[in-house]
Write a protein that binds this ligand. Structure first.
Ligand SMILES: Cc1cc2nc3c(=O)[nH]c(=O)nc-3n(C[C@H](O)[C@H](O)[C@H](O)COP(=O)(O)OP(=O)(O)OC[C@H]3O[C@@H](n4cnc5c(N)ncnc54)[C@H](O)[C@@H]3O)c2cc1C
Length: 265
């Protein structure tokens, strides 16, 4: 779709990321160009910054915000990263055509903050921390599970730009399991549940798509069935055309028990 913008700037340096009123960051553009954007008068292209899509670090893995879904999916993992199949499972959950996967970015998916944002599911499930560039030239860090606060809502303040996501080694090396369900075979996710069991025995359950924002709970050891039900009781369940709240609660409970049993085995 053509947008009624009056400027398009290609960012080359951090200074180019100072956004004027009405300017928005442009990443893959798969959402920005998919519907009218009232109030958006200019776009600043992030892809021209040339950030390395995926890089190993001393603490794990850094995924650039501009890394495309396709680039992440094709990264060759370290053999010790037992949790890596979670990447393919979450990429598949996006149900994009190969053309969209080649354009859509990880950062764009998180910034969009749709409940069915499977890159948010992935990064939250792996305890990733978002690196956010602030307009004053500084930087702040926040867990992805906390950065997304509701449908289409994040903690990003005006002018803040997602730079990268740091995924810690302990999560990459953990045993992990994923389940996703949608109302139709190729439908948008209604529930996506990730369980992880770290080397220290901690078990983390992350629920997305079924709830308005990521919900995460940690257990010191594999939880009992009653503990799992206790955690899920009282959650706020999302209501949209991809699933009614009571159905989402029922299927998420089933999926949560499945993934937790898998990582406990
Ligand atoms: C066929 C199809 C299927 C889709 N399925 C899904 C789905 O299942 N789940 C889902 O969540 N989405 C889905 N989408 C929507 C969208 O394509 C994805 O969310 C995609 O990951 C968005 O990334 P992008 O790089 O294209 O973002 P863009 O369209 O470029 O930007 C999206 C928003 O994020 C902002 N933004 C982008 N990068 C940054 C950054 N680094 N820092 C701050 N703000 C930023 C932009 O300003 C804009 O507001 C689908 C789209 C299509 C066309």
């Amino acid at each position: 779709m053509d947008l009624a913008v009056t400027s398009l700037r290609a960012a080359r340096t951090r200074a180019d990321l100072r956004l004027a009123p009405g300017e928005r960051p442009l990443a893959g553009g798969t959402w920005l160009f998919s519907e009218p954007q009232p109030g958006v008068t200019g776009l600043v292209d992030l892809m021209s910054l040339g950030w390395e899509p995926v890089a190993r670090t001393a603490a794990g893995l850094r995924v650039a915000a501009t890394c495309t879904v396709e680039q992440l999916a094709s990264h060759a993992p370290d053999p010790a990263w037992n949790a890596w199949p979670t990447v393919a499972a979450c990429v598949d959950a996006l149900l994009m055509s190969f053309k969209v996967q080649a354009q859509a970015t990880v950062g764009g998916n998180v910034a969009l903050a749709l409940p069915a944002g499977a890159m948010t599911s992935l990064l939250a499930g792996l305890d990733a921390v978002a690196v956010v560039w602030t307009p004053d030239g500084g930087e702040r860090r926040e867990a992805v599970a906390d950065l997304v606060v509701g449908p289409g809502r994040t903690t990003l303040a005006p002018g803040e730009v997602l730079r990268a996501f740091d995924v810690p080694t302990h999560a990459l090396e953990a045993r992990a399991a994923v389940r996703q369900i949608a109302l139709t075979a190729v439908g948008r996710s209604s529930s996506l549940v990730v369980a992880r069991r770290d080397a220290d025995g901690t078990v983390t359950l992350t629920v997305t798509a079924a709830t308005p924002r990521p919900v995460q709970h940690r257990f010191a050891s594999p939880p009992t069935s009653a503990q799992v039900d206790g955690v899920l009781t009282g959650l706020e369940w999302y209501d949209d055309l991809h699933g009614a709240p009571d159905w989402r609660r029922a299927v998420t409970t089933l999926l949560a028990h499945e993934v937790l049993a898998e990582v406990a085995a």
